[in-house]
Design a protein around this ligand. Sequence first.
Ligand SMILES: N[C@@H](CCC(=O)N[C@@H](CS)C(=O)NCC(=O)O)C(=O)O
Length: 216
Amino acid sequence: MELFSYFRSTAAYRVRIALGLKDLEHDIVPVNLVSGEQRSEDYLSRNPQGLVPALALDSGETLGQSTAILEWLEEAHPYPSLYPQELLEKAKHRALCQHIACDIHPLNNLRVLRYLGDTLKLEKTQVDAWYAHWIQRGFTAIEKTIGGFDDAYSLGQNPGMIEAFLIPQVFNAYRFNVDLSLFPNIVAMDKRCQTLPAFAKAHPSRQSDTPQEERS
Ligand SMILES: N[C@@H](CCC(=O)N[C@@H](CS)C(=O)NCC(=O)O)C(=O)O
């Protein structure tokens, strides 16, 4: 498989984590979002939406949308599962993932922030306030859920889809200097995950397209 990815893309970061948790072999194909490679004819022929991630399967098909890709990975490669097995718990797990994917990320992704600044001419402080507002509102609800876990991770001793969605969003919040002091459970979850190989390998500072100054 080939994952079309950009080091800083939170949606691509989700898929990198899941591929690592399932230990699935893949190559990363960097798509430079700053120079506009996502709008090249070649990339649009794979993913007409012009967004990363996209996953090219061994069959020759290409999938777009990180949630669809993650669901495909889970169904095509069920072990280890990234969801709880019990039906209601699974639905709750999915609800938290959708909270991030549908109600936080779309309000705060790069093209929205650029529209606020470049087209609507908002000041940088106003754009930053917009970003922080939606993160803090979303994280307030997530903090409670994470605090209710009995164990270290959403699946007990193992991380699952929740962590694959949450950790990239935390990375992004740090990148925009959002104060996370009100979310100790989320911060602690992030620290725990960073010690695991699947998360360490997927981190934006360790990708082949990470610029030298952002490597760690
Ligand atoms: N809902 C999509 C969101 C994908 C998305 O917004 N990707 C961003 C990077 S995180 C992107 O490719 N932006 C490029 C652009 O807006 O031109 C998903 O989950 O895959």
